[in-house]
Ligand binder design. Structure first.
Ligand code: MN
Ligand code: MN
Length: 473
C-alpha cells in the first residue's frame, strides 16, 4: 500500500466508521446504552406509552413535575406532560432563559395501523371477524401483513370512564394479524399489481376472532358478537365505544440485537424513538448547564406535525414562556421573543441509511452510512429542497466545531438522490419561531418498516451529541 500523501491527509474529506474512531472506553459503554434503549423501545410503542416511559426514566434521575413549588435554582430538573402525548424535560441553566435555551426536539409517534372509529365487521362467507384499519404515516402497506400485531391504546367508554388497552405483548397474550393470499393463487391477481398496491389501504384488515358465539345462536354475525362479548367482559366496552377510542396496531414483541457482533438493534418505532431515547438519556446525564436545556418529545410528526400535540402547536413557545415565568417571574411578549430568537435547537430525527442492496436510490457521496456516526442534515425537503428549513452555514459550522471538539463521530448527508423522493422533519416548525436549528440524528435501515434497524454505535454518537449540545459545549 502506498503511503497516503500528506496533502491528501490535510485537504481531503474522510469517511470513517464510528467504531474506528471511538475510544475503547466509549465503545465499552455502547452495549449498556443499547440495553437501556431496547428496554425503552419495548415499553414505548405508542406516543402515550413513550410519554410514560420518558417520565419514569427521568423521575428515576431526579426530574420532578413542573408546578407551583418548582425551585428556580440552576440545576433543577423538571418535566412537563402535555395532553398525555408530549413531554418536555428541562434542566435549569446558570443563565436566565431570556438569553436563550438549548433545545433538542424529537418525535415519539411512529407509523402504524390505527383502528377505524367503526372498525368491526364479520366477513359473510368465512364468518371471520375483522378490524378495519386506517394507516398512520408513510408505510409500505404490504410489509404489515402476516406479522404478529399488538393492540395498544385508550378507549373512552360511554360514561366517560377511560380504559387502557395493551393486548399482544405478554408471552401468552394473543396477537392480531393481517393475512395474505397464498403464492399458489396470486399470479393473475396480486402479483400483477404495482408493489405499492400489493396491499391496498382497504385491505389491511386484522383478524379479531373466528368462533361464533354460543350465547345467541340466532344472531346475524356471531363471530363478531363473540368478540364484542369478550371485549365487554374484559373492558366494559360496546361496539359504539370504538368511536371514542385511539387504538393502534403495532408490531408485537420485543426488539432484538442483529448480527453476530450484535452491532444493530432491530425494533419497531426507532424513527424516532432512537433520537427520543438518546435525548432522554442525554438530558438525564446533565449537570448544571450554562443555558437552560430543554428536551421536547412531540407527537404527530408522521402525519405532518399537525394538531395540538404536533410540532406546529404552541408547545415550544408556551413552554419557554413557562421557563421565563419560573426563572424570571415575568412573561412579557418581548422577553419571550428574545428568548426564542437567541435559542438554538437540534431537530433529532432519523434519516435513511445507504442501502447495501437498493443503492440506486441514493447518491452515495451524500448518503448516510449505518455506523458512521450521527448524521448532520443541513436541509431536508423534496423537489429542490422544497419544504425545508435550510440551516445556515454559520450554525452548521458551530455544530460541526462542537462535534469535532468532543470527538463525536459524525457525517453529513441528505435523504436520497435529488428528485428520488424526499421528506421533512420538525426543524422547519422550530425555525418559524426564530431559533437556529439543524437536523441531527442516526440513520436507519428499513425506515418506516414494522421493524427498523439502527446501529448501537450511532445511538451512542447521538446521545453524546445531544449531551454536548445541551451542556453548551
Ligand atoms: Mn422521524
Ligand atoms: Mn418518519
Amino acid at each position: 500500500m502506498p503511503r497516503k500523501s500528506k496533502l491528501e491527509d490535510r485537504l481531503a474529506m474522510k469517511k470513517e466508521h464510528a467504531w474506528d474512531l471511538l475510544p475503547a472506553r466509549e465503545k465499552a459503554s455502547a452495549g449498556a446504552l443499547a440495553t437501556a434503549y431496547r428496554k425503552f423501545l419495548d415499553e414505548a410503542k405508542t406516543e402515550r406509552e413513550a410519554v410514560l416511559a420518558i417520565k419514569r426514566y427521568a423521575e428515576a434521575k431526579g426530574f420532578l413535575p413542573l408546578g407551583p413549588g418548582t425551585p428556580k435554582t440552576p440545576g433543577t430538573r423538571l418535566h412537563y406532560v402535555w395532553k398525555n402525548k408530549c413531554i418536555v424535560l428541562a434542566v435549569l441553566g446558570k443563565e436566565p432563559p431570556s438569553k436563550g435555551v438549548s433545545v433538542v426536539a424529537t418525535h415519539i409517534d411512529s407509523p402504524r395501523l390505527d383502528l377505524k372509529q367503526n372498525p368491526l365487521f364479520e366477513e359473510s362467507e368465512t364468518k371471520i371477524a375483522l378490524l378495519r384499519t386506517h394507516y398512520y404515516g408513510g408505510i409500505k402497506k404490504y410489509q404489515w401483513a402476516t406479522i404478529p400485531l399488538a393492540l395498544h391504546g385508550k378507549v373512552v367508554l360511554r360514561d366517560g370512564r377511560e380504559v387502557d388497552i395493551n393486548i399482544g405483548e405478554g408471552p401468552d397474550d394473543p396477537v392480531f394479524t393481517i393475512e395474505d393470499v397464498a403464492p399458489h393463487l396470486f399470479r393473475q391477481s396480486q402479483a400483477k399489481r404495482h408493489l405499492d398496491e400489493g396491499f391496498k389501504g382497504e385491505e389491511l384488515h386484522a383478524i379479531l376472532a373466528t368462533l361464533p358465539t354460543q350465547k345467541d345462536r340466532k344472531a346475524k354475525c356471531r363471530s363478531k358478537l363473540a368478540a364484542l362479548d369478550l371485549l365487554n367482559t374484559a373492558y366494559g366496552m360496546t361496539e359504539a365505544d370504538f368511536s371514542s377510542a385511539e387504538l393502534e396496531l403495532v408490531p408485537a414483541g420485543r426488539s432484538r440485537d442483529v448480527g453476530l457482533d450484535r452491532s444493530l438493534v432491530m425494533g419497531y418505532g426507532q424513527d424516532d424513538r432512537v433520537c427520543a431515547f438518546a435525548a432522554l438519556d442525554a438530558a438525564c446525564a446533565l449537570g448544571t448547564p450554562r443555558r437552560t436545556a430543554v428536551a421536547l418529545f412531540f407527537d404527530k410528526e408522521e402525519i405532518g406535525s399537525e394538531g395540538n400535540t404536533g410540532a406546529r402547536s404552541r408547545l415550544l413557545v408556551s413552554f419557554i414562556g413557562r421557563m421565563l415565568e419560573l426563572q424570571e417571574g415575568e412573561h412579557r411578549e418581548s422577553a419571550l421573543r428574545g428568548a426564542l430568537e437567541s435559542s438554538e435547537a437540534l431537530s433529532g430525527d432519523t434519516t435513511s441509511a445507504l442501502d447495501p442492496v437498493f443503492k440506486d436510490v441514493h447518491e452515495p457521496q451524500n448518503a448516510a452510512r449505518l455506523g458512521f456516526g450521527v448524521v448532520v442534515t443541513k436541509f431536508t425537503g423534496s423537489g429542490g429542497k422544497g419544504g425545508s428549513s435550510d440551516a445556515s452555514a454559520e450554525f452548521t459550522g458551530k455544530i460541526r466545531r462542537m462535534l469535532d471538539k468532543r470527538k463525536i463521530p459524525w457525517q453529513t448527508a441528505e435523504l436520497g438522490k435529488v428528485d428520488e423522493g424526499g421528506g421533512g422533519t420538525i426543524a422547519k416548525f422550530i425555525a418559524e419561531h426564530g431559533l437556529d436549528v439543524i437536523d441531527l440524528g442516526p440513520c436507519v435501515l428499513s425506515l418506516h418498516a414494522p421493524m427498523e434497524l439502527a446501529s448501537k454505535a450511532d445511538l451512542l454518537c447521538a446521545q453524546r451529541a445531544y449531551r454536548a449540545f445541551m451542556e453548551g459545549a
